[in-house]
Ligand binder design. Structure first.
Ligand code: ZN
Length: 443
């Protein structure tokens, strides 16, 4: 590829040695900043006797204690409302966000300075541009623009690279579909769940999005889906578009990795804006290439809330940059974010990942929505999936669908799932983050 295919060819094509020098430089800077300005970080580093000047080489990151979500939440409870991790005064901030709290945890309150806000949109540009978005594109944002950081940063990135950017705020799904078509939008940004929902609503309106819209790229973040092969294919077919996965999280300031236009099956790590480590979640020992473990993030761009060695709880498998043929020297996560460490469920001695179950269910084209329920019956754990077929699906096909899904789930897990087919319109629909897994045990 020519350098014009990269948002930032200077860093995206940087030799590993130079990239590491850049990372060390930025690490020293952020540690110095956090120690001088954040009470939480001063306390943390003092407690282990580490000073910023002790960070002399990249490996010295191991001297720095991990940061956890629980610690940040606890600090906000003890010192309302922003806690003691902040490195700036709230008056210097320009943006407020809070985490979505879908995982049942208390939401985390986050402020960004103007500089941080510039940085989060810059970080998103790598992905948008690398996946093929250009200044001639018309980018449609289908989400509610609430206080969840979600696609705010991507919105600003779209403007930053010169594309026409269309917000849709509180519009209904029907209104959004009409606008996507009327405005000749070429790129859609939303959660994978909502892109599926839009395709369903369009079908009800008699619209075939693959034919009737000009959307050629789907940009997905906020939850897994675009990295799940069955879901990715379903979305690509429904929209007649390329489907990209752009993992990120509120705590770290949005985008952390991105899928490039080569679509090799992995996402490039934004290595010039983060140090991303992979550790064994139990022993915290550092893991190498090809080993699945927990992602730990150090963000170089978040100055208001320093995020250093943050334990994300996300599971990844890091592979070397040559896994992709695009020429970028940034390493990748094979298969994107594989799930959350706390998403994994044990049922009758079997490890269940909701994303693996989803991948199987999405292979069935007649399935509209689904739910996974884990419960206890006579002291024994049970798992069942509720399956909602597409509207108009003939009830005479229910039993066939049920048996087919049951067989595929058994094949993959060697565990018998309950499979219940429910009528169309029974299960909840989601716009932002889906909650398809219910673990009712111990309740
Ligand atoms: Zn690539």
């Amino acid at each position: 590829m020519s350098p014009s295919e990269y948002w930032n060819p200077r860093t995206e094509l940087m030799l590993r040695h130079d990239l590491q020098k850049l990372q060390l430089n930025k690490l020293q800077h952020i540690i110095g900043w956090a120690y001088a300005n954040s009470e939480l970080w001063k306390n943390k580093l003092d407690a282990v006797g580490v000073r910023p000047e002790h960070i002399k080489k990249l490996d010295d990151i191991n001297l720095i204690p991990f940061l956890t979500r629980q610690e940040l939440n606890q600090s906000q409870i003890e010192q309302p409302i922003f806690g003691n991790a902040m490195a700036i005064s709230p008056h210097q901030a320009v943006r407020y966000h809070q985490t979505s709290g879908t995982s049942g945890k208390a939401p985390l309150r986050i402020l960004d300075s103007w500089r941080d806000w510039e940085w989060v949109s810059e970080a998103w540009c790598y992905g948008l541009y690398g996946f093929g978005v250009r200044e001639t594109d018309i980018v449609y944002f289908a989400y509610g623009y609430g206080n969840f950081i979600g696609f705010w940063a991507a919105h600003y990135a779209s403007e930053r690279l010169g594309a026409l950017t269309l917000p849709s705020g509180g519009m209904s799904s029907k209104e959004r579909i009409k606008m996507i078509i009327d405005m000749d939008a070429t790129v859609l940004v939303c959660t994978p769940t909502y892109a599926i929902r839009l395709a369903q609503v369009a079908a009800e309106m008699g619209i075939n999005l693959a034919k009737d819209s000009k959307i050629k790229l789907l940009i997905h973040a906020g939850e897994p889906g675009a990295n799940i092969p069955g879901t990715k294919k379903m979305l690509a077919d429904a929209w007649g578009a390329k489907v990209g996965d752009f993992p990120g999280m509120s705590e770290t300031g949005g985008s952390i990795a991105y899928e490039c236009s080569e679509q090799c099956g992995g996402v490039h790590i934004l290595e010039d804006h983060y140090i991303q480590e992979v550790i064994d979640p139990d022993t915290t020992k550092s893991l190498g290439y090809g080993q699945k473990g927990e992602l730990v993030l150090t963000s170089f761009g978040r100055s208001a809330l320093p995020v250093i060695r943050y334990r994300t709880g996300d599971l990844v498998e890091r592979v070397e940059s040559n896994y992709c043929s695009c020429g970028r020297t940034f390493d990748l996560y094979k298969g994107g974010i594989l799930g959350r460490a706390d998403d994994m469920k044990h049922v009758k001695g079997v490890n269940i990942f909701p994303s693996a179950v989803e991948s199987i269910i999405r292979e069935f084209k007649k399935v509209n929505e689904f739910q996974i329920i884990i419960y206890t019956e006579r002291d024994i754990d049970q798992i069942k999936v509720k399956i909602e077929p597409l509207p108009g699906y003939d009830r005479s096909g229910y039993q066939h669908l049920q048996v087919a899904i049951l067989e595929q789930l058994y094949e993959a897990h060697h565990l018998t799932f309950g499979v219940e087919i429910v009528d169309p319109g029974t299960l909840p629909q989601y716009e932002l983050k889906s909650r398809r897994l219910q673990d009712l045990r111990n309740k």
